[in-house]
Design a protein around this ligand. Structure first.
Ligand code: PMP
Length: 447
């Protein structure tokens, strides 16, 4: 098949004359050979301006749990648009959505809505500091919590500035960050409960909250080891810290009760984004009454002109009703499909001698490409990933996959939507087989 992208190339050249660097989110420049321009999508499929058709596992950076352009959601948004697009005031719809979230997630005793998860993370940190009167947030290397100053401290520490294993560095990938922000964080390694315990003891009385992605989807889809969530809960209870579950990616994807239901823990605060809005700009902070108290009292400011926007609420209500309607079929069905895709990709790669190892719970997974000589076995944390994952080789394969019409997130994350079925998994594997063969024939290992 091997797609070409002349129209996307031309649009990208034109865009650079009016849009800074041609894209509206820096990460979109990672798409090779060119950032793609899309015309339409339908369920698990998407088409670009060159007429190329993709089986889509990128799904709008994971937001499209319900696939592209679900007609029920389009109708709900259109009906609301005719009544009004924005109130900056109250509507019954916002109560209906809040009640649904409350009924699905046991720890969500109260909610507040925003337009992006980045904003919600900022609100959660502010709330935690006000709740405890303490300055520090403990977070983990490789975990992403939005793009603002506070969200990225220690996210992607460069290997030459890691710091020792016990005290990971507090680097920030952006220039222009308020320097004092870096000092408000303690950075830990993921999946080492004893190490987290030691750091909490070292900074005793100064940590307001521990935040994490329950399954580390932003780095290699690394699930928590047994006991990690229980340790974090125990330490938070012991020292009066808030446990913040960033479920921007995992929320509703891992089931109606999100990853906290799937792995069995109860956080104080939860960040919801992506799937809750089905691709509209919608996000929520959910929490226990105790953790949300400073918002109730007004001591913590939480605001936003477009919060509780009726178009997003109409979409969200439709999305949440789909999940509620699926009952115990979700996430079982997406797990089964995803595991079949993982096994199929691993088998095809093996046939070609390509060291590709999908890892994750199935409904979402990451394709690890091992470096020459790297040991096999699950990747356990950010440093392990940097040491063993062959990013240039994965980028080469990812481009081959894209040129055969299989789309995953650039760094190697694949999500299954509720619209994928066995036919799409079969088709994706047929296409992937061509891509893997071409990759094997054209990839040259640097000697
Ligand atoms: N937290 C996590 C875990 C995320 O993956 C993201 C986005 N990828 C965010 C927060 C920020 O979400 P948004 O881009 O909607 O602000």
């Amino acid at each position: 098949m091997s797609y070409t992208f002349a129209k996307s190339q031309a649009l990208f050249a034109r865009a650079q004359l009016s849009i800074a660097a041609g894209v509206n989110s820096g990460i979109r420049k990672m798409e090779a050979p060119v950032p793609l321009y899309f015309t339409h999508g339908s369920g698990p499929q998407i088409w670009d301006v060159d007429g190329n058709h993709y089986i889509d596992f990128k799904l709008g950076q994971g937001a499209l749990l319900f696939g592209h352009a679900p007609s029920g959601m389009a109708d709900a948004i259109a009906a609301q648009a005719r009544l009004g697009t924005h109130w900056a005031g109250q509507s019954e719809l916002e109560v209906e959505v809040a009640e649904r979230v409350q009924s699905m997630i046991p720890s969500a005793e109260l909610v507040r809505f925003n337009n992006s998860a980045t904003e919600v993370v900022g609100a959660a940190f502010r709330l935690a500091r006000a709740h405890t009167g303490r300055p520090l947030i403990l977070r983990f290397e490789g975990h992403y919590h939005g793009w603002m100053d506070e969200g990225l401290v220690g996210f992607a520490n460069p290997a030459d500035r890691w710091g020792d294993d016990e005290h990971p560095a507090r680097t920030h990938p952006s220039k222009g960050v308020i320097p004092a922000v870096l000092e408000q964080f303690v950075v830990a390694r993921w999946n080492d409960a004893a190490h987290v315990r030691r750091l909490v003891d070292e900074f005793k009385g100064q940590i307001a909250a521990i935040i994490f992605e329950p399954a580390l989807c932003n780095t290699c889809c690394i699930e928590p080891v047994a006991g990690l969530m229980a340790t974090i809960r125990e330490l938070c209870d012991r020292d009066g810290m808030l446990m913040i579950s960033d479920e921007t990616i995992t929320g509703f994807r891992f089931g109606a009760a999100c990853a906290q239901g799937y792995y069995g823990y109860r956080p104080d605060l939860t960040i919801l984004g992506k799937a809750i809005g089905g691709g509209t700009p919608f996000a929520a902070l959910a929490g226990t009454k105790a953790a949300m108290a400073k918002i109730l009292s007004g001591e913590v400011v939480h605001a936003g002109t477009l919060n509780g926007n009726p178009l997003c609420l109409a979409a969200s209500k439709w999305c949440l009703d789909q999940i509620i309607g699926l009952g115990s079929d979700h996430p079982a069905r997406v797990i089964k499909l995803g595991r079949r895709l993982m096994a199929g990709l691993a088998g095809l790669a093996r046939e070609q001698g390509i060291p590709l190892h999908p890892q994750g719970p199935g409904l979402i997974f990451h394709t690890v490409m091992l470096k020459p000589g790297a040991v096999e076995g699950p990747v356990m944390d950010y440093r392990d990933y940097v040491r063993r994952h062959d990013a240039p080789r994965w980028a080469h394969l990812r481009r081959c996959l894209l040129e055969e019409g299989v789309s995953s997130i650039e760094r190697g994350l694949w999500s299954i939507s509720l619209e994928h079925g066995d036919a799409e998994i079969d088709e994706a594997l047929n296409r992937a087989s061509l891509a893997l063969k071409r990759h094997a024939a054209t990839w040259k290992t640097a000697v």
